[in-house]
Design a protein. Structure first.
Length: 283
């Protein structure tokens, strides 16, 4: 009981700290129209917004590492995603971009790619400082697959694409809660399927790939728009895959994959139990 209470206390304190850290970026991420966000690269002062975001992520990452060391790395990455999500919930939707004249929508996909790279770097560092997931072990008498370059790692990472059909089905409006929930659920399924398909590799790549496939979804959405984004918004013809913004993918990817890994752990635990019981029955 004491251990459980300790973990919940650490988790809640970590979520509070990362949320406050990332929320502090909001005043620096103001759009030319005066709204908060919704992107960093297209803010009124993109350099200032980028510096503020990097500083906030640095503080949030440090807190997340502590959480990861006390509980586990997946929980640490969830806490980091939670902090980013707090800022995402304070930013505007794609409506702000549509009403801002004719901004560069390709820059939107570029920012999502930037977030995917940031997530990969932070995930690699998180596994380095907080340690590997203890419930993931290599097959008996075999070396652990490389978490970045092995076939198993790539096989696991490819399940990040699951986020796209979920977003296409669920994100029917640009409402922030609906968009974030769609990305979260898609990433959770990616974490589940990726873990079940390759149970012996550390899922380092998996945390970033839903965000990376989000770039593909945004580009596809751009290609489907026959009119300008402002005209498409007024006519309600913006594709669902264009609703999520870069920070939405970043937050949803981290939180969703972390949940998916936890869900998969319960399935794998039951499989191990069945094998153990089968072995007892035959002896």
């Amino acid at each position: 009981m004491l251990q459980v209470a300790k973990h919940w206390t650490v988790l809640l304190l970590g979520m509070t700290a990362t949320g406050l850290s990332c929320a502090a970026v909001a005043p620096f991420a103001v759009s030319p129209r005066g709204a908060v966000g919704p992107t960093i690269f297209q803010a009124e002062s993109p350099i200032t917004a980028t510096i503020a975001m990097i500083a906030a992520l640095g503080a949030a990452f440090a807190v997340s590492v502590l959480v990861g060391r006390i509980i586990n790395t997946a929980v640490g990455l969830f806490v980091l995603g939670w902090g980013i999500g707090v800022l995402a919930m304070r930013t505007e939707t794609i409506q702000e971009i549509a009403m801002a004249g004719e901004p560069s929508l390709w820059l939107l996909a570029g920012e999502t790619f930037f977030w995917a790279v940031c997530l990969l770097v932070m995930t690699v560092l998180m596994f380095r400082f907080s340690g590997s997931l203890q419930d993931i072990v290599p097959k008996e008498f075999e070396r652990a697959p490389h978490p970045l370059k092995s076939r198993d790692a790539l096989k696991s990472a490819i399940f990040g694409m699951v986020v796209l059909p979920i977003v296409a089905v669920m994100a029917q409006t640009p409402m922030k809660g609906q968009v974030l929930m769609a990305i979260f659920l898609g990433s959770m399924l990616a974490g589940l399927f990726g873990r079940l398909s390759t149970p012996h590799v550390q899922p380092v790549l998996l945390f970033a790939t839903p965000c990376l496939f989000g770039v593909v979804g945004q580009i596809w959405g751009l290609m489907q728009m026959k009119l300008s984004i402002s005209e498409s918004f007024v006519l309600h013809t913006i594709p669902a895959l264009s609703f999520p913004l870069p920070i939405d993918y970043a937050a949803g990817s981290l939180m969703g994959v972390a949940f998916g890994l936890g869900w998969a752990k319960s399935f794998l635990h039951h499989e191990d139990d069945e094998e153990e019981h089968a072995g007892v029955a035959t002896t």
